[in-house]
Ligand binder design. Structure first.
Ligand code: NAD
Length: 317
């Protein structure tokens, strides 16, 4: 590996460090810089993680740093903020995490950073919007983790149910990373065969689809109830987004990205399938949604747009 592959992580909590650990195990980057308001934590995490380098696929420099380290980074990942507490909605997190994201973005941009932002802190769709507006970067270079994790959960669930590798389950969760997300079932395939057709042949009721959706939607709450927060799944999902960028994969992932007329919406970040390259979001995949699916998309937009208004976006200009 000759070229520089430098990632700066801001927020060395559970989510950030799960991503760092996934990157250490998978290899593919050669510099990882950790930034956190809790400076000692960032130093400790860097020391601990560095001990794993001899056993990882490639040499990697891992150290704690500061915002000046962002100047020549390829990617800055934001996982800083306050985690969702039991019973707390993502909306309630908005004010606190919004201001944290804004402050971090200003510091990153001041360094001269000219790469790609990847945002995972919640509510991720709104925070991605805040990062884009604050940075002034083209929206292609500000990517939210969106519904990548939700989609992975659904693919896993369906794969287990049908006893087919989740790699062959082609389906998306779209919209908000949150309660208003939905599955466009008319576009769900197992291999090349429509999922609805498979369930019809197996004489399964249509209500099963709603059960799958509900199960995925409730999973984050259930995990939080049992172990306070979720981090391994999102950690691996973030590593996937980062590698799609650095390897110029042209991979389709349901990231949160700015809509410019796609699905009839503008000036909003939402989870949609998009092609990810080393330049960020290359293109949004426009699916032909059924009338009912488009209504669910519209509903998710409404929820996010209300949150957006609630944050008072004038304050970030
Ligand atoms: P955590 O509390 O373990 O870690 C957050 C870290 O951010 C802490 O180390 C804290 O010191 C740091 N931090 C706070 N303010 C900062 C600032 N101004 N600058 C730098 N660092 C700062 O939380 P976590 O469990 O790692 O969760 C992090 C975020 O990820 C939360 O917002 C959570 O809701 C979100 N999350 C997103 C997804 C997803 O799918 N997008 C999934 C799970 C969690």
């Amino acid at each position: 590996m000759i070229e520089k592959r430098k990632v700066v992580l801001v927020g060395t909590g559970f989510v950030g460090m799960s991503m760092a650990y996934a990157l250490l195990n998978q290899g593919g980057i050669n510099e990882l810089i950790l930034i956190d308001v809790a400076k000692e934590k960032a130093i400790g995490e860097a020391m601990d993680l560095s001990d794993g380098v001899p056993c990882s696929p490639n040499r990697m420099v891992i150290r704690a740093g500061d915002y000046s380290d962002c100047k020549d980074a390829n990617i800055v990942v934001i996982t800083a903020g306050v985690a969702q507490k039991p019973g707390e909605t993502r909306l309630e997190l908005l004010k606190t995490n919004g201001n944290i994201a804004k402050e971090i973005t200003q510091n990153v941009v001041k360094s001269g950073f000219d790469g790609i932002f990847v945002v995972a802190s919640n509510p991720v769709d709104i925070l991605s919007y805040i990062v884009q507006k604050t940075s002034g970067f083209p929206s292609s270079r500000v990517i939210g983790s969106g519904t990548v994790l939700d989609t992975a959960r659904l693919r896993y669930l369906l794969g287990e149910y049908l006893q087919v590798s989740s790699k062959n389950i082609h389906t998306y969760i779209m919209g908000e990373h949150g309660d208003s997300s939905f599955v466009p079932w008319s576009k769900a395939y197992v291999g090349c065969k429509p999922l609805v057709k498979i369930l019809e042949e197996k004489k399964k009721p249509n209500s099963l689809l709603e059960e799958f959706s509900k199960q995925v939607r409730d999973e984050a709450y259930e995990i939080i109830e049992r172990k306070k927060s979720t981090y391994y799944g999102i950690g691996v999902a973030l590593a996937k987004i980062i590698k799609a960028i650095l390897n110029n994969e042209h991979e389709i992932l349901t990231v949160s990205t700015m809509l410019n007329g796609e699905y009839g919406k503008t000036d909003i970040y939402m989870g949609v399938p998009a092609i990810i390259t080393n330049k960020g979001v290359q293109e949004i995949l426009q699916l032909e949604l059924t009338k009912e699916e488009q209504q669910k998309f519209d509903n998710s937009y409404k929820v996010l747009n209300e949150m957006k208004i609630e944050y008072h976006f004038e304050s970030i200009e």
